[in-house]
Design a protein around this ligand. Structure first.
Ligand code: PMP
Length: 370
């Protein structure tokens, strides 16, 4: 630590993203990315013309991109904010609407970045315990004295809160801001987006990093009441007006318009998830029913941390969390059908050593066609 770091940042706890080792090729299932490529329209959009455009600053208002997002989601451009990933969009929400010391509530089991933001912005965070089965009880949030953020579907569980419950929460607390992080909502098929333009205290945040297969371009957006978006843009122009570059926006416009491709990728991932979940269950895993692009699971016969390490030796990256309530589990992102077959076989081999071959249901072999 240098002598220049300001005191308030000295006990900051930076977020730890999923590792990206480069020592050999891996099947990368540790950061809920997609293994599929972006829409073919993105390949066409990154033309030589876009490279010529690099000489000039991109439009800081992101008009064309916001207009494209607005059209696809049935809202107006004034109700859309775009940023460098959902992470930056969330950061602008907190920067715009939270003072140091302000209260923020979120579930104790959720996306780890909320804790990091709360520390970065000096917020008074309170973590509300989820139920024993990891579900969120909306009643716990009904009468709070501060603003609320949660992910729906939640990460790392993949569980959802019904949209009707979220609407009840938003309606009953008009003076509380409710931020719903819908990073995985394309996989659940349930969304609060229409509510975000109906209620002035709801902000919905989305990303292109998952279902649009574009984590590398890092695009996120928020939909909310036009006053909220105007405030966020004011803050953006006071911090980093050019938060999205021209190449990224060209890619984003092409991707957002290709709703057919989005749907087909989501369908493939959901089918692979259900097939993989069934295979894990046949091997004796406990798997939380997930509505996202990952599963959260454990096996009684093998420690999840050890399984994570063993899979890494086999060239497969998964995510194990050290937190007390999560350590029993392993989060496995859903890749392509072929990748999941490799993962099933690798897990089966590891389990064979742990519990003996006869304990594992042979139907797995039928399932992977081995
Ligand atoms: N929200 C949730 C719930 C996430 O799991 C993630 C990614 N891990 C993000 C936001 C970040 O998305 P982005 O890549 O757009 O910053």
């Amino acid at each position: 630590m240098s002598i220049f770091l300001v005191d308030e940042y000295k006990d900051m706890e930076p977020y730890l993203p999923g590792e990206q080792p480069k020592d050999k090729p891996y099947i990368k299932l540790n950061a809920n990315e997609s293994s599929m490529p972006p829409s073919p329209r993105v390949f066409e959009a990154i033309s030589k013309g876009e490279i010529w455009n690099m000489s000039y600053y991109a439009d800081p208002h992101c008009h064309e991109f916001r207009k494209a997002v607005a059209e696809v989601y049935g809202v107006t451009e004034a109700e859309v904010f775009v940023g460098n990933g959902a992470d930056e969009v969330l950061s602008f929400v907190l920067m715009s609407f939270f003072r140091r010391g302000m209260k923020i509530y979120f579930p104790d089991i959720t996306y780890g970045f909320y804790r990091t933001y709360a520390k970065t912005y000096g917020l008074d965070m309170e973590e509300i315990p989820v139920r024993d089965d990891f579900s969120i009880d909306i009643e716990d949030y009904m009468d709070l004295k501060g603003d609320i953020i949660f992910a729906n579907p939640n990460n790392p569980t993949g569980m959802t809160v019904p949209i009707a419950d979220i609407e009840r929460l938003v309606k009953a607390n008009p003076e509380r801001m409710v931020i719903i992080d819908e990073a995985y909502a394309d996989y659940s098929g349930e969304t609060c987006l229409p509510l975000a333009v109906k209620y002035p205290n709801l902000v919905v945040v989305r990303t292109f990093s998952k279902s649009r297969n574009m984590a590398g371009t890092h695009i996120g957006f928020a939909v909310a009441n036009r006053d909220i978006i105007e405030d966020m843009n004011k803050i953006k122009f006071s911090f980093n007006p050019f938060n999205l570059n021209s190449i990224t926006m060209a890619a984003g416009i092409a991707a957002v318009k290709d709703t057919w491709y989005l749907d087909s990728c989501v369908k493939k991932t959901v089918a692979a998830r259900e097939r993989f979940k069934a295979a894990l269950e046949r091997m004796g895993f406990h798997v939380i029913p997930s509505k996202a692009n990952f599963v959260f699971c454990y096996h009684d016969a093998i420690d999840s941390g050890e399984l994570c390490d063993r899979l890494k030796e086999e060239g497969i990256l998964t995510r194990h969390f050290a937190d007390e309530r999560l350590t029993k589990y392993l989060r496995i992102t859903i890749g392509t059908e072929q990748e999941m077959e490799v993962v099933e076989i690798a897990i089966r081999e590891i389990l064979k050593e742990a519990v003996g071959e006869e304990s594992i249901d042979m139907r797995l072999y039928e399932c992977v066609g081995a």
